[in-house]
Each structure stands twice: as C-alpha cells, then as structure tokens.
Write a protein that binds this ligand. Structure first.
Ligand SMILES: Cc1ncc(COP(=O)(O)O)c(C=O)c1O
Length: 466
C-alpha cells in the first residue's frame, strides 16, 4: 500500500519523480467494433503532457555526456508542451531556459510558459521551414550566438525517442499484461511514435503501428496515403508536420489514418462527456484514428492510444463553443442570410445579453467574463438598447455608486438595425463607423455581428475544415 507523505514508503523526492508511470484505462463507452481500446493517461504528468518525459530524458542525457553543465542555458523550439516540460526540469535543476514558440501556439500555452519562469521568444508562424525566422532555425541561431546555450532539439535528439523506447513503451507492455496488437499515435518530433513502436514491435513483431495524422500534415504523404495535403492547414498544432523530423522513422508505420479537425475536436469533447477524460486536441486526433482502426478490424484486437495532454490547455479553444463556431468546427444551422455570420445566436441560446433591469455591475461582469466589449439589452426577445464599455466607464467614472443602478438608465436606445436578409455589404458602413451590427427585425433580435465575425466568415469560406 502507498501512503502519501510517508518518508519510508518511496515518496517522490521532487516533481521529476512524478514524470511517467501514468495510468492506463480501457474505454468502455465507445463503439470499438470487435476490439478493446485502451488509453494511457499522459495528461497526468506534472506538466500535463507526455512531453515531460522527453524533456527530462533530453536534459539528463545532455548532463551525462557533459553537453550541459551548471550555469548553461537550455534552449528549445516548442509549441508549448515540450517547453513546459523543459521549464519544469530546468527549474528543479537550476538552468535558465529560452523557448522559441510559434505565435500561433495559443495564448494559454504562452502564458503558462512565461509563468513557469522561461524566457519566451515568439516566432513567425507563417514561414516555411527553410526560412531564417522559422522557430527551429531561430533556436539553432541562438545556440550559435550564446556561448553557454544548448539547444535540446527534440526533433533530432535521440534521447527523446529513447525516453519512449525505454519508458512509455515498456510501461504500456506491462500494463497491458504483455498483450498489445496495435498502437495508435500522432507525430510531431516523432519521438513518441518511433520509441513506443520500436519497443512494442520488439515484444510483438506482428504489432500494427498506426499513424494518426491531422489533415494537412505532410507525413501522411511520406507513408501510405497518396492524397495531396495542404501543409499546416490543421488547427491541431502539436501533431503533424511540414517535413519529416529526424526522430520519425517512417519504416515502422503500418497504417496511416488522416483525421479532419472537426473529427478530432469532436472526439476530444466526446471523451470528456462520455468517459470523464479531459484530453487535448491531439488526444482527439488519436481517439478518432484509433476508433476508425478498431471498427475496421475483423478480429478482436487490443489497441492502445494516448491521452497525450490535458484539456485544460484548450479551454478557450476546443472546449469553447463560440470559438468552435467561429472556426466552423461545429455544425450550425444554415439560413443563407446574415444570420449565418452571427456567432452567438439568440435563437440557439448563445447570445450574451443583459436585461434593462440588470445593474451596471452585472453588465460589467458579463463583459469581462465573455471577453466582449458590448452587450445587447433584451426584453421579451426584442432588443431595446445596447451598452458598451465606454457607456459603463462614463457612467461610473465620477459616481461609483452607479454600478448598482439599472442598465436602462445608461443604455443607448437609438439603434440602427439590419434585417437578416440584407446584403453583406450593408454591414460595411456600420463597421466603418466602428459599430457592431445589430441583426433584428420588428419581432425579433437574432444576434450581433462584429468586424471579427465578418473576417472569420471570409476566412472560413476560403478554408475547408470538413
Ligand atoms: C500533446 C502532444 N501530443 C503529441 C505530440 C507529438 O509527440 P512527438 O513530438 O513525440 O511526436 C506532442 C508534441 O509536442 C504533444 O504536445
């Protein structure tokens, strides 16, 4: 039996001892055809992802071959998870850290990295891997320029693959009672896929190694899918690649399943709703590919995939209905008029509003909570006013007690409304005046359209998140 805090009972000495040895669980609520599907909960590592293993292994390997000595600065190129792992290991061991992060990595990840004590350099996300400003090239340059700098380079560092060949793979084999028929996983650096697969194939040469690829990644092309891909078009940023990384061994791949963003995001949400497991978007990709593989089998197989990071890192994206709607990742009723551009629709219960009798403090709280700058004021389903940040500020600047007064005393009531069947160009004069478009007719308020909603609409009509 294990007692927390008992010094005689192998208590962990530091957070580094909590990396790895994660639980493995059978999924019981999904239709896995004739197969049994298991997930290894890598979200339970201290940094919330499988990359803690990679970070620990790379830093310890560099220490043991003398590449890194006390006082050196660790450099890594990362979309977030490896950076967090490196930060965690480095803060325990006392190394300063510089992380080069593409600017589309996501706000929450960047905040987390900064809070963990690392210096974060944001890199352009719109450049090819040959460009000097590509995040991995910047990390190489930093290493050359900084005499005490060491670039860990998860993409080519063999310690990354070994962490999984000697750690994650053997754990899976043991936890599965030495019976694993297939392993499903995505690739960024390739360390996880290659390392786990190498070990598992040694144990069971008949193992099916299944590569889960976001649509738009080019690795699928280098394996067995011959479909043309659009590089980098996926919203899943920590799996998939424009080029084959050094740690990826395409020869170990038996099958490739390409998954759309919509499938992956929806699988991640299903996993939380149906099994209470809170994974990130690459977990959704793994699950969608694993389920497809399982359902296509004729014989019963024991299949393993990974919950590779925690959903907490994606609360404002994959788990935010408004964001998903904006990205076109959840189906929404199509009207063929301006209502299609409304993200928060009144008739679907998504609109954020106040009533005329709500207080200014209620309006202020809602504006902050939903990160909007104005609210429609609704009464019996009709719009009777608008209140925005500047109305609030002007109201309370001299008299703080007005926070307790009703919205009706301060709202704007002279409203210009646009009927849903008006043309899209009718929005432009409203936006030129820096206003928000109110979509309503005499009976009903349908919602607001902001400038960003129109930009999103134009962008979504170009890309295909099918
Ligand atoms: C959550 C998550 N899943 C999967 C991967 C891909 O793993 P690998 O870099 O070992 O290919 C990453 C890589 O950063 C990741 O962050």
């Amino acid at each position: 039996m294990y007692f927390y805090g008992d010094p005689d009972m192998n208590s962990p000495q530091s957070v580094l001892d909590l990396i790895g040895n994660t639980p493995l669980l059978k999924l019981t609520k999904f239709d896995a055809g004739p197969c049994e599907l298991f997930v290894k909960l890598e979200n339970q590592n201290p940094g919330g992802s499988i990359k803690d293993r990679t970070a620990k292994a790379m830093v310890e390997a560099a220490e043991s071959d003398g590449s890194v000595v006390p006082g050196d600065t660790l450099i890594e190129a990362t979309f977030g998870n490896t950076g967090l792992g490196v930060s965690l290991v480095a803060s325990h061991k006392g190394y300063p850290v510089i992380l080069v992060v593409p600017e589309n990595a996501g706000r929450d990840k960047v905040l987390h990295l900064k809070a963990s004590g690392a210096e974060v350099l944001l890199a352009r996300s719109d450049v090819e891997s040959s460009h000097a400003d590509y995040y991995r090239n910047i990390a190489h340059r930093l290493e050359r320029e900084l005499p005490s700098g060491f670039y860990l380079d998860q993409f080519n560092n063999p310690a990354n693959t070994l962490a999984h060949e000697h750690g994650t793979g053997p754990e899976i084999w043991k936890q599965m009672g030495q019976r694993v028929d297939a392993f499903v996983c995505g690739v960024r650096s390739g360390g996880t896929f290659t390392g786990c697969t190498r070990f598992l194939k040694q144990m069971n040469p008949a193992l099916d190694a299944v590569l889960a690829e976001p649509k738009g990644s080019l690795l699928a092309d280098s394996t067995d899918s011959k479909k043309a891909a659009v590089a980098g078009s996926s919203l899943i940023k920590n799996v998939g690649s424009h080029a084959s990384p050094g740690n990826f061994d395409p020869d170990v791949v038996d099958h490739t399943y390409t998954v759309t963003d919509m499938e992956a995001f929806s699988a991640a949400r299903d996993l939380l709703r149906m099994q209470g497991i809170f994974g990130g978007v690459s977990t959704g990709l793994h699950l969608a590919a694993a389920l497809r593989y399982c359902r296509q089998q004729k014989k019963a197989k024991r299949v393993v995939t990974l919950v590779s990071d925690t959903g907490y890192k994606y609360l404002s994206t994959a788990y935010d209905r408004a964001w998903l709607l904006n990205q076109g990742l959840i189906p929404q009723r199509h009207y063929g008029d301006l209502r299609d551009l409304i993200t928060r629709r009144a008739d679907e219960g998504d609109v954020v509003s106040v009533s005329p009798d709500d207080t200014l403090i209620a309006a202020y709280t809602r504006i902050r909570m939903y990160d909007v700058s104005q609210l429609p004021v609704l009464e019996d389903g009709r719009i009777v006013g608008m209140i925005d940040e500047s109305d609030l500020l002007m109201a309370v600047f001299d008299k703080r007690e007005y926070f307790e007064y009703p919205v009706r005393d301060f709202m704007i009531t002279r409203l210009e409304m646009i009927e849903p069947d008006a043309s899209i160009t009718s929005l432009l004069p409203v936006f030129r005046g820096d206003h928000v478009a109110i979509i309503a007719d005499k009976e009903k308020f349908y919602g607001l359209i902001t400038q960003v909603d129109l930009i999103n609409h134009l962008r979504n009509s170009m890309s295909n998140h099918d």
